[in-house]
Design a protein around this ligand. Structure first.
Ligand code: SAM
Length: 234
């Protein structure tokens, strides 16, 4: 592990955050969720979409993982939970624990979320809620979604994906978002807890696309410097 890394990560991990974690990270309110169709991009085994549907919202999710069947995702998810738990245990003091309190509660939230995801993945398969798709290309029509969320993918993996990937991915998100819709991206830091270095450039380039780009503060804290999200209003 690089000493500066708070969390050693090779390749892209598969995580399973809960609806409540998303709600806290993005400070989501009912009005935003109820406005129209929601898309969770790089959704992994998160139960956000399942729980949105359960609450009556119109939500769907996409991830390249959805080429796998539910048993394969469950097995992979269990392995990933163990790996994440071990990594967090070895660097416990580097994180802020007000939300999860301790590793056991963190792991319990994720186990429960994985179960909810798998149940929905099996039940909602026929309704095309879970779409196998990979940024920077999305298989959706223009102007489809009122709320597009991408949690713990883009800027977290700033060492594996370059600026042109990030720009292309966000332009694609803008394409599928309705006028008046919102795109929310979190966190803005990588695994060394360092802010994405091209944020100013990115904001400038995106601003030329008739969207309003801003950084919103979130009260959620785990990676110490992950206190902001990128909000793009189309
Ligand atoms: C760390 S997980 C985040 C999952 C979920 N959003 C959460 O917060 O729990 C990152 C996800 O990105 C997905 N992924 C990897 N490459 C991708 C790409 N090019 N486009 C979209 N998703 C991708 C992975 O399959 C993985 O499920």
């Amino acid at each position: 592990m690089n000493n500066k890394e708070l969390y050693a990560q090779q390749g892209v991990a598969m995580t399973c955050r809960s609806f409540e974690e998303y709600q806290s990270m993005f400070m989501l309110d009912k009005a935003t969720l109820a406005k129209g169709k929601i898309l969770d991009i790089a959704a992994g085994a998160s139960s956000f979409t399942a729980e949105c549907i359960h609450r009556g919202y119109d939500a769907m999710a996409c991830d390249p993982l959805y080429k796998l069947n539910s048993e394969q995702i469950y097995e992979f998810g269990q392995q990933q939970l163990l790996i994440a738990s071990e990594k967090l245990s070895s660097k416990k003091e580097a994180f802020v624990w007000n939300y999860y309190h301790d590793i056991q509660q963190h792991d319990d939230i994720r186990e429960h979320s994985l179960d909810k995801f798998i149940e929905s993945y099996k039940n909602d398969m026929d309704r095309e809620v879970y779409v196998n798709a990979m940024l920077p290309n999305l298989p959706f029509q223009d102007d489809m979604f009122s709320c597009v969320i991408c949690n713990h993918f883009l800027f977290l993996y700033q060492e594996q994906f370059d600026y042109s990937f990030h720009l292309a991915a966000i332009k694609e998100m803008i394409r599928v978002t309705k006028k008046g819709g919102i795109i929310l991206l979190y966190p803005l830091v990588g695994f060394k807890d360092e802010l994405y270095p091209h944020l100013d450039n990115l904001q400038q380039e995106l601003s030329q696309m008739c969207v309003n780009v801003s950084i919103r503060t979130t009260e959620f804290r785990f990676l110490p410097s992950a206190d902001g999200m990128l909000a793009i209003l189309k």
